[in-house]
Write a protein that binds this ligand. Structure first.
Ligand code: PHE
Length: 347
């Protein structure tokens, strides 16, 4: 076929080209414009023809190649415009993903449940600083300086004078009883408060052990508050928290700020009190310390111990959460691993 006709023929083909996707566009480019493509071949032949003919075909050939290149570019642009449109359209009309709210931390869940249970029998929440003075953490609570009871609650000192402990030493509170002394020294009975919060102890149980945990302590001071009231309030709490079948028992114990003092156990709900590995065969698990506020504490805080009596109790939130959710390793509570935390979604 003469050069003239072949140019005409290819021009018609280029004008009729169609492509719907990148593969088809690429196929057209290979067919016409690659090294062995039809238009490229025509250029190769063009080099061989006599000079006088070159003048005739040079321009139409160039135009043919430009046309093919332009059409292919046009296809590419159309395609990318289309896909950009598709992305925008998808974003605007799609039903949005439901928002994931995440989960409350198990310690927050348990703290709030404890507060909820006691608020139903008249307790309100009191708050205080984590960096405290010795006076509110120890001295007002009947811990004599250098008394061995202080060793049970060794802590981190922020400011400490040399030698014997002084009420002015500044330290991280070891229990939220410090909030109780703040309230007792500033408010008049009746006092019925819950003190939730973070507390610190210098306990190197293992290299990865944490030196803080969370407590909720309670204090009730009024006329005629008795040990029976304490027992009844704690029994109510245990049944609300762990189920109506739960039993409690109080074992004599010692705290400097309560007299008499007790540890409270609840019946093990894993074995129903028969004895299992969880309760170490005893049928009971320890959950809190409690007692009648020592008259020395009342007097030190400016409350007349001949008129008023009171009870106090304190529990570890991690311990209660552990019993409730059976968390095997307490470190999970502070490691922030979402695989653990996700399990409390919807709780
Ligand atoms: N403050 C005690 C502790 O942290 C707990 C407690 C509170 C015990 C009130 C008795 C009465 O160990």
């Amino acid at each position: 076929m003469a050069m003239q006709e072949r140019i005409q023929e290819l021009k018609a083909q280029v004008e009729a080209m169609k492509a719907n996707n990148l593969d088809e566009i690429e196929a057209l480019r290979i067919k016409y414009l690659s090294k062995k493509g039809e238009i490229t071949s025509l250029f190769n032949e063009f080099r061989e023809i006599p000079k006088e003919e070159k003048a005739l075909f040079g321009q139409p050939l160039n135009q043919l190649r430009q046309l093919a290149e332009a059409r292919i570019n046009e296809f590419k642009e159309q395609l990318s415009a289309l896909s950009a449109q598709a992305v925008v359209r998808e974003d605007l009309t799609r039903t949005p993903d439901p928002i994931r709210l995440g989960a409350r931390h198990p310690l927050s869940l348990v703290r709030e449940e404890i507060i909820d249970i006691f608020s139903r029998i008249g307790f309100t929440v009191a708050d205080g600083p984590e960096v405290e003075d010795d006076k509110h953490v120890f001295s007002l609570l009947n811990f004599a300086p250098e008394h061995p009871a202080r060793d049970m609650q060794d802590t981190f000192f922020i400011e400490k004078e040399e030698g014997i402990q002084k009420p002015t030493d500044i330290l991280l509170r070891t229990h939220t009883s410090s909030v109780q002394t703040r309230v007792m020294t500033t408010q008049k009975p009746p006092i019925r408060i819950l003190c939730p919060g973070r507390v610190y102890r210098n306990e190197a149980i293992s290299a990865r052990a944490h030196c803080f945990f969370h407590q909720v302590e309670g204090l009730y001071i009024d006329k005629n508050v008795s040990f029976a009231d304490l027992r009844q309030a704690l029994l109510y709490f245990a049944k609300e928290m762990f189920g109506p079948e739960t039993k409690i028992r109080l074992r004599p114990s010692y705290f400097p700020f309560t007299e008499p003092s007790a540890e409270m156990d609840i019946s093990c709900d894993l074995c129903g009190g028969k004895g299992c590995a969880f309760c170490k065969g005893t049928g009971w698990v320890e959950i809190l310390g409690c007692g009648m506020v020592d008259p020395n504490v009342l007097e030190a805080c400016g409350i007349d111990s001949k008129v008023y009596t009171g009870y106090a109790f304190g529990m570890g939130v991690e311990r209660i959460a552990n019993l409730k959710y059976r968390v095997k390793d307490l470190r999970l509570f502070s490691e922030n691993d979402v695989r653990f935390l996700n399990q409390f979604e919807g709780c």
